[in-house]
Design a protein around this ligand. Sequence first.
Ligand code: ATP
Ligand code: MG
Length: 502
Amino acid sequence: MTSSQVVLELRDVQKSFGSVVALRSGTIAVESGSIHALVGENGAGKSTLVKIVAGLYQRDAGTFQLGGEDVNFTSTAQSKAAGVAVIYQEPTLFPDLSVTENIFMGRQPTNRFGRINRAAMRDEAKALFARLGVNIDPDRPAEGLSIADQQVIEIAKAVSLNARVLIMDEPTAALSGVEVDRLFAIARSLRDEGRGLMFISHRFDEVFALCDKVTVMRDGSYIATNLISETTVDALVQQMVGREVTELFPKQEAVIGEPVLVVEDLESPGIFHDISFTVRSGEIVGLAGLVGAGRSEVARAVFGVDKYKSGRVTVDGKTVKPGSPVAAMQAGLALIPEDRRKQGLVVDSGVGENITSVILNQLTKLGVINGRKQHDEAREWATKLEVKAQALDTIAGTLSGGNQQKVVIAKWLATNPKLLIIDEPTRGIDVGTKSEVHRLLSQLAGTGMGILMISSELPEVLGMADRVLVMHEGRISQEIDRSQATSESVMRAATGAVTVVL
Ligand SMILES: Nc1ncnc2c1ncn2[C@@H]1O[C@H](COP(=O)(O)OP(=O)(O)OP(=O)(O)O)[C@@H](O)[C@H]1O
Ligand SMILES: [Mg+2]
């Protein structure tokens, strides 16, 4: 092994927000020419550590060095100037500006038309993309680009600034398999150029595929740093949760009853076709497929968020008015969307208010909210989902990413629907709570709720679903019973390679 140099080092860094200690002892040493994973449960303090490095927050105590020198950033501009680039899960591009303009944001020539070096900038953008092995038109506006392409632009920006440290905080959460592969190829080439990379993810397969070292945090504290080649998933989980997580998918047997949701011939030109399926009471139906196969679109249409051209949705035998989430809700449907932060969290309201926001009418009598009932209801669901918040009135926007997701899940479960549609139930959720979410879904099915679960994680689908519907290019390409469902059979159907059963 070559002797690598530590480019970024934090030691015993502390950060509190009022009485909340977000970081007790943030410690990590990232070497140049390596990819270092940072893992830990939701609320462990990972993003807080990143934000200190990025100059968004300032530490209360501890040491922070970059290239062996003490630093103390009071702005993101300082952090950038010192060679740190951070890629967040949701990129922060300016939608109206072109790709090139976004890359050179703040560094354009000062000519009042801003045009002088347009051609040069454009050429450099092209060269950057060529180097990263991607094909993006430098002249197009950032608006409408996929999340994956937006991330690549953020990376191109980092490379053009010659960043020596690149931090990615859950960058893969919204990417498809191919896009993840492309991102990893870029990350590896940046590593081979000698940059230091930090990678945050809840997916162990990614951590093992990409990283050289992994640091584990728990409750704001440093626990351990391991060489990837010398550790295992079980060992990491043990370090993360401080206990053994044995059963990841504790599926209970449920009595499967009458059809609750019947979807017939749903059609939305260019999006999905011929969608027909049934979900029975007590049944968990998995909706598998590659990202982009149309699964979320079907869910949104069934719940009335999007319109469809023809077809019918019935709940308990009654037709649900299309294009109306209110009607869907009244019929007994609930949809927990994939992008929970954008679609469902009121970030400046309290945790409790968020959880009870959809059931307020049940808690209101003569126009007055029963505060006690509201509190009890909120507490029950916050506890069930292990939401890590100081109190029920904690502002939802200050929770960690994963805990914000749990609040949105809690909110919809509190409506006690007949049929729950849940899109990527455990994305962004840590390993300890994953099994909790699964246990909860299983339990809800046990009470007779029907569940349609969209998931890209095969083990989750295989572990939880009584039946698997596989979508491919806007159609249900196959329906597979639990007893027949294997990673191979689901993957084959998802990629369009359907085996004909005679
Ligand atoms: N601005 C803030 N105000 C108050 N509390 C905060 C703030 N930012 C973070 N926290 C708290 O600090 C703790 C650590 O949060 P952080 O976002 O660092 O967790 P994380 O490890 O990134 O979790 P996740 O995996 O869910 O993204 C959480 O309890 C969170 O509520
Ligand atoms: Mg986070």
